[in-house]
Ligand binder design. Structure first.
Ligand code: ATP
Ligand code: MG
Length: 601
């Protein structure tokens, strides 16, 4: 057995897989090249995949960060252990499913860095293609006395199920003959009965302490058109019956799902054992394992609630950069690598836990820090005038400046830009009445000289005054340049300053000046860490400042960027050119996250 190429932290699922590989649990399975029953698979050669996992979304919505965890987990385990992960649409439920969702799901999985091609086969499957087998299996269960058609009303069925402390009551239809059940079931399929008139139930134990084993329904009547099978069927299998069969037909070895399904595992095994005994499915059978679903603070991951945010126009669509959908995270600027790193860091555990949103942000920083080119941007521009420019450097002179594309990777070259008489600085780098310990710009007062700072990659300057409008809003800062202090020259250290500030030239872009840009400052969508916990109304804790749009000025190298490019704006954080709205000449940036977690916790 080849060891996983990268050493990853172990977890209970890896331990199970390693144990199965060591024991050869699945070594003798046969695979005929496509999903199928015992006869079909038995005709194949030994399965080239050491393990098979699957990612089985229902195509009824956009995937979110929780699904990303499941994708990284299932595809990642298959990759690490010489296995194959199947991409399967669990489309057994008619009506709710749409092609738009199918396309977006495939796109999301590919974007995350995974695919379903292996050993020359595309492992993209649709559960609805197994309807014929599921039906045949149901007839076999009926013939073997393991299932019956129940004609109780839904109310009677509910009442007779009992509850946690009370055993259920057998249905009066429970003991009819296999022939009669078969006839009824065929009538159900033939369209003779209305929705809800009867169901096919597994015959297990109405007194089981596990309510899921009290004769669960396995087929219901639903006169509905299915996106794949059209009007061929008017009965549809229940999820809990369909899912184990899907896994078995596909030779899945480790069927990984979230903890809510733990109580369903006995039924999962019941279905598979019965069908294997009847010779319809090959052994060894798949096994189900549960892990705790991802809960992320300040985020909701229910598809229904996310849909409400879109439908009620609280956000601008499924790909709004504030959405925890994969399309939203992607537009926000998250990378696939950052999401993979995040999934690895949070790991898997057999209990529910809340992961701090900061963990996701930190994964992004760790991914982008070595990759992202740097740039200067002024998000809240205030004009600064260097009054002695003409005497010091000459009227109309533009001083060429440069900075490394990446401070730790000199080989990536330098960005060029120009410094002239007028520059843009951040409004909060100047204060009329500075508090003690403020090391940036402030005006001279009495005997005290004005504040001195270095314009990063440029000169040291000293504040000489300012102008303000009738409302007291500062409109201009005046300063003088200290000659011979330019960064990178021998005199650079002749004057010591405590503050260094970012800036962008106010001259035209052709002379290395800044370019106006729209910058979208995104923040958390909710102010509560657990917006929907305990049935709380998540719309009551919407963050009114989750989006602030500012008109910024950015250095020329940033303005020239193509769409979907990521940068670190020095001192400000990580930003991406918006995939949809950015255009050269009309730059639009999204803030992905700040440089560090600045929030107290
Ligand atoms: P929702 O409850 O939001 O509708 P779902 O679980 O019904 O989500 P599916 O399409 O059935 O959505 O999910 C596909 C796979 O993704 C399942 O295997 C499921 O276990 C997994 N999954 C869904 N949500 C999470 C989550 N928050 N954390 C981890 N895995 C998840
Ligand atoms: Mg589901």
């Amino acid at each position: 057995m080849s060891a996983p190429e990268v050493t990853k932290p172990s977890n209970f699922l890896r331990a199970i897989i390693e144990r199965d590989l060591a024991a050869g649990t699945y070594a003798q399975r046969r695979w005929a090249g496509s999903p199928g029953d015992a006869t079909h698979q038995g005709s194949g050669a030994l399965d080239p995949a050491r393990i098979r996992t699957r990612f089985p979304p229902e195509p009824n919505g956009y995937l979110h960060v929780g699904h990303a965890k499941s994708i990284c987990l299932n595809f990642g385990l298959a990759r690490d252990y010489g296995g194959v992960c199947h991409m399967r649409f669990d489309d057994t439920n008619p009506e709710k499913e749409e092609q738009e969702y199918v396309d977006s799901i495939l796109d999301a999985v590919r974007w995350l860095g995974f695919d379903w091609e292996a050993n020359g086969t595309s492992h993209l499957y649709y559960a609805s293609n197994y309807f014929d087998f599921m039906y045949r299996a149901a007839e076999a269960l009926i013939e073997a006395g393991h299932a019956y058609v129940d004609e109780q009303t839904p109310e009677e069925m509910r009442a007779n199920r009992g509850d946690f402390g009370t055993p259920g009551t057998n249905s009066p239809f429970r003991d009819r003959s296999a022939e009669e059940n078969l006839q009824r079931f065929r009538e159900m399929r033939g369209g003779k009965h209305a929705d809800g008139a009867m169901v096919l139930r597994a015959k297990i134990d109405m007194a089981s302490p596990n309510i899921n084993l009290r004769d669960p329904a396995i087929y219901r009547i639903k006169h509905a058109t299915h996106h794949n099978t059209g009007d061929r069927w008017c009965i549809y299998p229940m999820y809990t019956y369909a899912h184990p069969i899907e896994d078995a037909l596909e030779n899945i070895t480790h069927s990984i799902c979230t903890l809510e399904f733990e109580d369903q595992r006995p039924f999962y095994d019941w279905v598979l054992e019965r069908l294997a005994d009847l010779g319809l499915l090959s052994r060894p059978l798949p096994r189900q394992y549960e892990f705790g679903r991802l809960n992320l603070t300040y985020v909701i991951t229910s598809k229904r609630k996310l849909k409400a945010l879109v439908d009620e126009q609280i956000v601008k669509g499924w790909d709004d950069p504030r959405m925890p959908t994969i399309v939203g995270l992607r537009r926000r600027g998250y990378t696939a690598e950052a999401l993979q790193l995040f999934a690895e860091r949070i790991g898997v555990a057999k209990d529910y836990s809340w992961i701090d949103y900061a963990t996701l942000e930190q994964s992004l920083r760790d991914d982008l820090d070595p990759k992202a080119p740097r740039g200067l941007a002024v998000l809240d521009p205030l004009k600064l005038l260097l009054e002695n420019w003409d005497e010091a450097l000459g009227a109309g002179h533009i001083e060429p400046c440069s900075a490394p594309v990446h401070p730790a990777q000199a080989e990536r070259g330098r960005r060029e830009f120009g410094l002239g008489r007028e520059v843009w600085i951040e409004r909060d780098d100047f204060m009329v009445e500075p508090p003690k310990g403020y090391h940036r710009l402030f005006p001279p007062k009495g005997d005290t000289a004005g504040g001195r700072v270095r314009l990063k990659y440029g000169y040291v300057i000293e504040c000489t005054g300012f102008e303000q409008d009738a409302d007291g809003r500062v409109t201009l800062v005046r300063a003088k340049l200290l000659p011979d202090t330019k960064s990178g020259t021998p005199g650079a250290d002749s004057v010591k300053v405590k503050g260094v500030i970012g800036w962008v030239g106010a001259q035209p872009a052709e002379q290395g000046g800044g370019v106006a840009a729209e910058v979208r400052l995104y923040d958390r969508l909710f102010t509560e860490a657990q917006p929907d916990a305990g049935g709380r109304d998540f719309k009551a804790s919407l963050n009114p400042d989750s989006l602030r749009v500012v008109q910024a000025v950015v250095e020329p190298s940033l303005a020239a960027a193509a769409a979907d490019q990521r940068f670190q704006f020095e001192r400000h954080g990580y930003f991406v050119t918006d995939r949809v709205d950015h255009a050269p000449g009309r730059p639009v940036f999204n803030r992905i996250t700040g440089l560090k977690d600045s929030r107290g916790r």
